[in-house]
Design a protein around this ligand. Structure first.
Ligand code: UDP
Length: 327
């Protein structure tokens, strides 16, 4: 299929492109390079430097004719979205509405969307399934939830078929080592651990050690980016084959605490990784993990690379290589 990947130069987008190419799809990447990197592009693919805030540039892209598109272009820092919601309204919501309008106008009616476990908010029960109540704790999560609602209406009215993939905690890097472009100014746990391991920062903070968990630190479901990428390919096949929209959770189904992650990183990297326990970060639920039963049933998907050692090892290798080349 001819597929437009919006946000395809980013961390998750580039891994999605790699898996789509492996299945023989013809890819065009659309990205404004605000956080995406030129080094994440594959020379085999077309690239359009464009911004989702300019509908004209989207119209020009969609006019090339695509069977489907994948939308991964969004801001994703939950904390920042509570301080500067306008940024998230404009990019995540207005930008997505531009994409939906341009797509349907150009008759491109299959879409895979990066949603998030942030749509659920504080868990009412565990593991979190697709039917769990949606009550986002932060504005970022609300943007994802509202986009899920927009897509349902465009499905009803315009026949747009979508897959909404609710990622839990995306982590890890391409196990083949082809993709190693680092996210700039990361806020997520594993990149911060790696910055300490690689001497890019002196030490890290562990937010809270008085949670109601076995070691007192927060538990999350870390899922390898290559596993997520493969789910996009399967989800695209599913919605095209069945002409039916689909919403699924994507997690490893395993919970890992912050302390466990830091200790595993010390073991795997051999670096001391100094860490201070500090106050809780506002808006952090104690424990979050998914059931991916629906993804298994509908997509025949399960996490294969999401064990802690592969997550850390692949990330450490990407950091070492990138830093060596960017000295
Ligand atoms: N975390 C931490 N120190 C950091 C970054 C994150 O202790 O420097 C914790 C954070 O409080 C949460 C977990 O690591 O419990 C995962 O956070 P992240 O921001 O990666 O993802 P989130 O679960 O918020 O989407």
């Amino acid at each position: 299929m001819k597929v437009l990947v919006i946000g395809g130069a980013g961390y998750i987008g580039s891994h999605v492109v790699k898996e789509l190419m492996a299945q023989g799809h013809e890819i065009t990447v659309f990205d404004n390079l605000s956080s995406g990197l030129l080094q994440n592009l594959f020379k085999e693919n077309d690239f359009i430097a464009g911004d989702i805030l300019y509908k004209d540039s989207l119209d020009k892209a969609f006019a090339r004719g695509f069977d489907a598109f994948i939308h991964l272009a969004a801001f994703k820092a939950a904390g920042e979205s509570m301080i500067n919601p306008e940024k998230y309204s404009v990019n995540n919501i207005t930008g997505t509405l531009n994409i939906l309008n341009s797509a349907v106008e150009h008759n491109c009616k299959y879409m895979v969307f990066s949603s998030s476990a942030a749509v659920f908010g504080e868990p009412k029960y565990l593991p979190i399934d697709e039917d769990h109540p949606k009550d986002p704790e932060n504005y970022y999560g609300y943007t994802k939830l509202s986009i899920e609602e927009f897509m349902k209406w465009y499905d009803k009215i315009k026949g747009l078929k979508f897959a909404a993939l609710r990622y839990f905690n995306a982590a890890g890097y391409d196990p083949d080592g082809v993709l190693y472009g680092l996210e700039q100014n990361p806020a997520n746990l594993l990149p911060i651990i790696m910055e300490v391991a690689c001497g890019m920062r002196d030490k890290m903070k562990i937010f809270g050690k008085d949670y109601d968990t076995p070691d007192g630190t927060c538990i999350r479901d870390y899922v390898h980016v290559t596993d997520l990428a493969r789910a996009h390919v399967k989800a695209l096949d599913y919605i095209v084959k069945n002409n039916e929209s689909l919403t699924v959770n994507l997690g490893s189904e395993k919970g890992t605490s912050v302390t466990e992650m830091v200790e595993a990183a010390r073991r795997i990297t051999g670096q001391p990784i100094p860490a201070d326990y500090v106050e809780r970060r506002p808006g952090d639920p104690a424990c979050l993990y998914a059931t991916s039963k629906k993804a298994a049933e509908k997509l025949n998907w399960k996490a294969e690379y999401s064990d802690i050692d592969t997550l850390i090892d692949s990330t450490y290798k990407a950091y070492q290589r990138y830093n060596k080349e960017h000295k």
